[in-house]
Ligand binder design. Structure first.
Ligand code: PLP
Length: 413
């Protein structure tokens, strides 16, 4: 859905209370999108989205999604604790971790989370450190390349996650011995994919494999987890995923492969980017203009607030709300203040003329934005603000302070 960027006046109003830079989230946009997802899979009784907490580990966002029926997908001790603090337990938590410490399996078991085993060796590991629950999910890595048509969308063969097809057989047998009653299957084969055939193709692989495992080992499957990976259009002009079509296409594959078995298999998703990505903005102020061999705009934000451009060369759209009507006739590198030359939000970007003091908005920062941040150069991460449909707003995480920065240190004597 097209996202309306908040007006210059609204951004100035927020900035007068909560200084830039800050992450701003659109509550109504997140809610409406969560409802579209739920409707797209309404044909499947028991469907649940487990929001990938790592995308935006902010209680107010997790709670907002919880009120829309979502659970949480966690991969660490702190993420499990965060889910618990938001009132999520039991089958509302997916624990899709890898190289998992024993302490994390213990906590996942205490919370009654659905455990997604990343490797065949984890059967014994889990048994010995926390005990094996009656329901267990297995993470599948089919290897090779993942293609849609002629396009290579992902390279599972290069990925550290999941287990091979033969290891799935071994894991099922070993887990049966441990008393497991019901199984689930999971795979994450491509990231940030706006191809509508991604989920239906992944579903076909998982449904087929679940059916084979069920036939070969005489076990029941209660869930197939399509994981995350549905992308968002970071660049203008890229079409967005048609979630309604995707839900219906998965339904057709379900009717073809699962329905004839008589198994009641619920569909789970672990979307992160798709749930919140488009509904967040990093709101910044231009504080410097520098003209040397190239022309630079220096923002009050830097890569600690949004790392994706620095680490992946990712595109984030940039607008100057006060200059929406002006032509894009100036070329800039839009940069932060880190002593690192990759601290660039955009390179050779065409924008209207930018002046010091302008509010500069980075788009689609609602997922894998603040959460990836760090404290390099002693830079402190920015606040998070939730904007409601009626224009009211509230801070849902304050900016880091110097006290936070010093809190872990010792040795001043
Ligand atoms: C990162 C991750 C997700 C979410 O991925 P998105 O691309 O944000 O949808 C879901 N499941 C697992 C196991 C992940 O590691």
């Amino acid at each position: 859905m097209p996202r309306q960027t908040p007006s210059e006046a609204k951004l100035r109003e927020i900035a007068s209370v909560i200084p830039t830079p800050f992450h701003l989230y659109d509550a109504a946009g997140i809610r409406a999108n969560a409802r579209r997802l739920r409707e797209a899979f309404a044909w499947n009784s028991g469907f649940r989205e487990y929001f990938a907490v790592k995308a935006t580990p902010t209680p107010a966002i997790i709670n907002l999604l919880k009120r829309e029926g979502c659970g949480a997908d966690c991969a660490s001790f702190a993420e499990l604790k965060l889910a618990e603090a938001c009132g999520l337990t039991g089958e509302f938590i997916m624990f899709s971790s890898n190289m998992t410490p024993a302490s994390e399996y213990k906590l996942a078991r205490e919370l009654g989370a659905i455990i997604n085993l990343d490797d065949v060796t984890h059967v014994e590991f889990l048994r010995d450190c926390a005990g094996v629950p009656e329901d267990v999910c297995l993470r599948y890595n089919p290897g090779g390349n993942f293609t849609l048509g002629n396009a290579v969308m992902g390279t599972p063969g290069e990925a550290k996650f999941g287990m091979t097809r033969t290891q799935l057989d071994e894991a099922v047998e070993a887990l049966k011995v441990c008393g497991v009653k019901r199984f689930a299957l999971h795979a994450f084969l491509a990231s940030n994919t706006t191809e509508d055939t991604y989920y239906p193709t992944t579903a076909r692989t998982l449904f087929k494999t679940a059916r084979e495992l069920s036939d070969d080992h005489g076990v029941e499957f209660f869930m197939v987890n399509l994981s995350g990976g549905i992308g968002i259009p970071y660049r203008p002009g890229v079409r967005e995923a048609d979630i309604r079509w995707i839900g219906e296409a998965v339904h057709n594959v379900y009717n073809e492969i699962i329905a004839p078995t008589g198994m009641q298999v619920r569909i789970a998703t672990e979307l992160g980017r798709f749930m919140t990505g488009p509904y967040g903005w990093l709101v910044t102020t231009a504080i410097h203009k520098k003209e040397i061999h190239k022309n630079y705009i220096g923002l009050d934000a830097c890569a600690v607030d949004l790392m994706r451009p620095a680490i992946y060369g990712a595109y984030h759209h940039i607008t100057i709300p006060s200059k929406d009507d002006l032509p894009l006739d100036h070329m800039y590198d839009v940069v932060g203040s880190l002593c690192e030359n990759n601290d660039k939000f955009a390179i050779d970007r065409m924008l209207p003329r930018v002046d010091v003091g302008d509010i500069v908005v980075l788009h689609d920062t609602g997922a894998h934005g603040r959460s990836m941040g760090y404290n390099y150069n002693g830079k402190l991460r920015s606040a998070e603000v939730l904007l409601e449909e009626d224009g009211s707003f509230r801070m849902i995480r304050r900016a880091e302070t110097l006290e936070d920065y010093f809190a872990t240190t010792a040795g001043f004597e």
